[in-house]
Design a protein around this ligand. Sequence first.
Ligand code: HEM
Length: 379
Amino acid sequence: MVTRHDDLTTVLRDPETYSSARALPVVLPVAEEALAVVAKGRPQLPDVVQSDGEAHARMRAPLAAALRPDRVAAMEPALRERAVALAAAVREGGGRAELMTAYAIPLTQAAIGLLCGFDEELAVRTYSLMDSLVRLGSQRQTEPEQMASAEAGAELAAVVARLLRERRAAPGDDAFSLVAASMAEGDRPLTPLEEAEAVGNLMQLVIAGQVTTAPLLGGAVALLLGERGGEEWRRIAADRSLVPAAVEELVRLVAPASGLYRETTRPVTLGGVDLPEGPGWCCATTRPAATRRSTTGRTSWTSAAARTGTSPSAGGRTTASAPRWPGCSSPSPWRCCRTRCPACGSPRRSRCAPPWTYATPRRCMSPGEAGGGNDRGLE
Ligand code: HEM
């Protein structure tokens, strides 16, 4: 587990040593049949998240183009209108609603729909498929549930492939069209390998854009309402100049993607800790307790005061450590919120991640398990 700012920077700036090749580990056991279903009909190629160097840059370019600031800014009026309409519907319904289904998820669907050129029906359908798919291997599921998630993944891939072909033949001004055009000169149909690569990257876009933002919206509201009896919520409602600072802090505190996975391509020493070659290093980019920044003169975390200083985790004594389940003989460093170690059955000594991070891989957070000494980021 790597938490200190300087060490994270070292890891993220050195993909030759800290590779993304296995950046999306399957954290929980998944039945072979389900894995076969999710992969059916298309070659499994490294995608933008699971690649480094030139391949990563090539696959990232059309996605970055789709997310250029001017394009995102052009989406803002429509999304603002949608947000206002969703909030108005809650008000008209008596002011009580299930926040995720009434607000966070429809707003997220609208954003990805605009970005990718989906109509409303397709935006709802693709959200539902990706929501089912991301549970595979990251949430405890029965085998029938795993199969249902795998079928959803296969269907999502099929929908994405169909749209990709359509946009290749008749481009619009959306992310799918940009990716379709980037795969080859001219307008010839893509080869199966080109199509498989594009489908993988577009699935990552559809997933990454929603698996993060919907939980973030829900978690942010829960945090604002829960903090000191809703005082933070009332302060922001009364003084809108606090909104930008609050948004920035909420992204940090609610942390929808609180960690990345990297594998070391050679033995290396990081923050004074020797890491062997191999997969399994979790880089905790943010955690509520670890990353709340020190500020100058602020009175609360929604303060508009200029924030200076660095995360307390930057001062942590040990920055990189290798968590091991006590007494576990398994070489696997992956952990989950089970009552027993999945490999050796020894009793659980970890705490679960807060519910709003359900979409990220669950991880062991017990300081007692950190083999290389305590780490403040794990407290
Ligand atoms: C608060 C919201 C978000 C957070 C915290 C977040 C976080 C991240 C992180 C940490 C990565 C790097 C993963 C790795 O290197 O292993 C990543 C990659 C990516 N994200 Fe997001 N993301 C967010 C929202 C979005 C949205 C809204 C989109 C698209 C609409 C998006 C699209 C992508 C894509 C395409 C990648 C892969 C490209 C790359 O690795 O350079 N993300 N995101």
